[in-house]
Design a protein around this ligand. Structure first.
Ligand code: PEP
Length: 242
């Protein structure tokens, strides 16, 4: 199955830097799906910068509501209208900074899918949860709460303690968690759960990408810091399984 390498720029990036970022990625990487999710104001310009290139552009969040009096929020329909393809939902930074609970993530996933966006639902345990042996239970609960019935998007497993820290779980731990997520998805979604891509995220860099991307049931990667440099992002994509 084709792997996806997705970048999450978070609150980084500039309009001035877009052309320089896009140029080295313009040819894409054979056999690998590429996606970058910049801040909202850069989505339109990034789509223009990648015109004709096999690189999709997505958002990092969308509103639960379809439209209306929700100051500061951005609708899934508008994101789809300007050409965004995917939307990251329930990233741990949104769960922590904005109190987003799984039920909100599930409702956003429904709104996004109805607007034609492909949701990427993020789940992952904290360090305390891992150290107390609760990681799989926590992640299963997040999945059950965040993934709506009939879901047809992607999952990103991102241990909170691995995000932006340079730390990664062992290969065995990633394999065990992805197998557990796969089992839950099959139970919850039936056939759709057997092929759904489960991305790994958390300190993926050019130096560790090949090892992480070769783990069974790892369907690609969600990259934060290393997606800001085109060369690093490209090197990670070149390490993807084909
Ligand atoms: C992320 O925020 O989704 C992420 C994986 O960040 P980093 O790659 O910087 O750990």
């Amino acid at each position: 199955m084709r792997q996806m390498i997705a970048g999450n720029w978070k609150m980084n990036g500039t309009l001035a830097g877009l052309a320089g970022f896009a140029a080295p990625l313009a040819s894409g990487v054979d056999g690998v799906d590429l996606l970058i999710c910049p801040p909202f104001p850069l989505i339109g310009p990034m789509i223009a910068a990648f015109a004709g290139a096999p690189v999709a552009v997505g958002a990092q969040d969308c509103a639960v509501e379809v439209a209306g009096a929700h100051t500061g929020d951005v609708s899934a329909a508008l994101l789809a209208e300007i050409g965004a393809s995917h939307v990251i939902l329930g990233h741990s930074e949104r769960r922590a900074d904005h109190g987003e609970r799984s039920a909100v993530v599930r409702d956003k996933a429904r709104t996004a899918a109805a607007a034609g966006l492909i949701p990427i639902i993020c789940i992952g345990e904290t360090l305390a949860e891992r150290e107390s042996g609760e990681a799989e239970t926590v992640v299963r609960a997040q999945l059950a709460g965040s993934v709506p019935d009939g879901f047809a998007g992607l999952i990103a497993y991102e241990p909170v303690w691995a995000i932006g820290t340079g730390k990664t779980p062992t290969v065995a731990d990633v394999a065990a968690m992805h197998a557990s997520i796969r089992a839950s998805l099959k139970k919850q979604l039936g056939d759709a759960g057997t092929t759904m891509l489960i991305l790994y995220g958390g300190s993926v860099k050019p130096g560790n990408a090949a090892e992480l991307l070769a783990i069974p049931d790892v369907g690609g990667a969600l990259i934060g810091g290393a997606s800001l440099e085109a060369d690093d992002f490209l090197a990670i994509a070149q390490a993807a399984q084909r």
